[in-house]
Design a protein around this ligand. Structure first.
Ligand code: HEC
Ligand code: HEC
Ligand code: HEC
Ligand code: HEC
Length: 173
């Protein structure tokens, strides 16, 4: 049994890390989206999603943690359980709930070949379709939200999609 565990850990060290690096490579991070979507970026910055990773630091939101049976002094920033829902793409390279947590990993669709102002304007339907084929989620729905807003969250609050959506939606330009 001990031997099995050892091999398992060695296996994880050898093959687990490259796997994680590969998946996070599909993401670009909110700063890249910001270059072209500055107004949306600014309204997103004001939502609790932008700072969702901070909650995992020791001493942050002690009351909420105590109520949920968590240790307010513990550092949860490396706890895989918590990281999964408090980052984008399960990677601390992208802390918080960034654009791509809702719109899908953006390396392909956000390339200048697709998200190009001039080209897109010339044929919006065609370019929108291309972006969707490259992984863009145009309007994430309730299922996207409840992949994190569910009972596995230690601080779970019942999730009413319409009401909660109003709180985080992008403001119009
Ligand atoms: C090089 C500039 C550029 C970058 C970088 C970029 N976008 Fe875009 N994006 C555009 C343009 C131009 C459009 C076309 C519609 C418009 O003008 O808003 C667009 C369209 C979109 C749409 C669809 C809007 C519609 O009308 O159908 C979404 C959603 C989107 N981008 C999200 C993102 C996300 C998320 C990222 C980061 C991963 C990103 N974009 C990065 C320029 C960019
Ligand atoms: C919590 C989920 C969520 C996050 C995070 C998020 N979006 Fe969105 N986004 C949506 C939803 C839902 C819509 C469709 C309805 C709407 O327009 O509000 C949308 C629409 C859009 C559109 C097209 C409509 C428009 O208003 O022009 C663009 C472009 C866009 N998002 C870019 C971004 C960028 C850039 C970021 C990061 C700075 C981001 N989004 C973060 C959920 C999200
Ligand atoms: C990747 C996980 C994830 C996704 C996907 C996600 N959220 Fe969140 N959301 C969080 C976390 C974590 C927080 C807590 C942030 C904090 O308080 O530090 C949060 C906070 C919020 C809040 C602030 C109020 C509260 O409940 O504490 C609203 C409103 C919200 N989310 C709405 C949405 C909506 C609507 C969607 C889908 C369009 C969505 N979220 C998708 C993880 C997520
Ligand atoms: C299944 C996804 C998920 C997991 C796992 C998760 N969280 Fe969260 N967390 C959320 C969401 C969603 C919110 C927003 C409030 C809620 O739960 O509805 C949140 C909110 C929080 C808050 C703020 C609560 C408040 O009232 O302001 C803290 C603190 C927090 N989480 C800490 C943690 C810690 C520590 C862990 C690991 C032990 C963890 N979370 C694991 C999804 C998750």
């Amino acid at each position: 049994m001990k031997k099995f565990l050892l091999y398992f850990i060695i296996g994880l060290a050898l093959f687990g890390l490259p796997f994680i690096a590969y998946t996070s490579e599909e993401y670009r991070g909110a700063k890249k989206c910001k270059v072209c979507h500055i107004k949306i970026y600014k309204t997103w910055k004001e939502t609790p999603h932008a700072t969702a990773f901070d909650a995992l630091n020791p001493g942050v939101k002690p009351e909420a943690k105590k109520k949920a049976g968590l240790d307010p002094q513990k550092d949860y920033t490396t706890d895989a359980q918590c990281v999964r829902c408090h980052t984008t793409g399960d990677s601390t390279l992208f802390p918080g709930i960034q654009c791509e947590a809702c719109h899908g990993p953006g390396k392909q669709y956000s390339s200048a070949k697709i998200m190009n102002k001039k080209k897109w304007k010339s044929d919006p339907e065609a370019y929108r379709k291309m972006a969707i084929e490259a992984g863009l989620v145009l309007a994430p729905d309730e299922k996207n939200c409840t992949s994190c807003h569910n009972e596995k969250s230690p601080t779970y609050k019942p999730f009413d999609f319409k009401a909660r959506y109003e709180e985080i939606k992008h403001k119009k330009k």
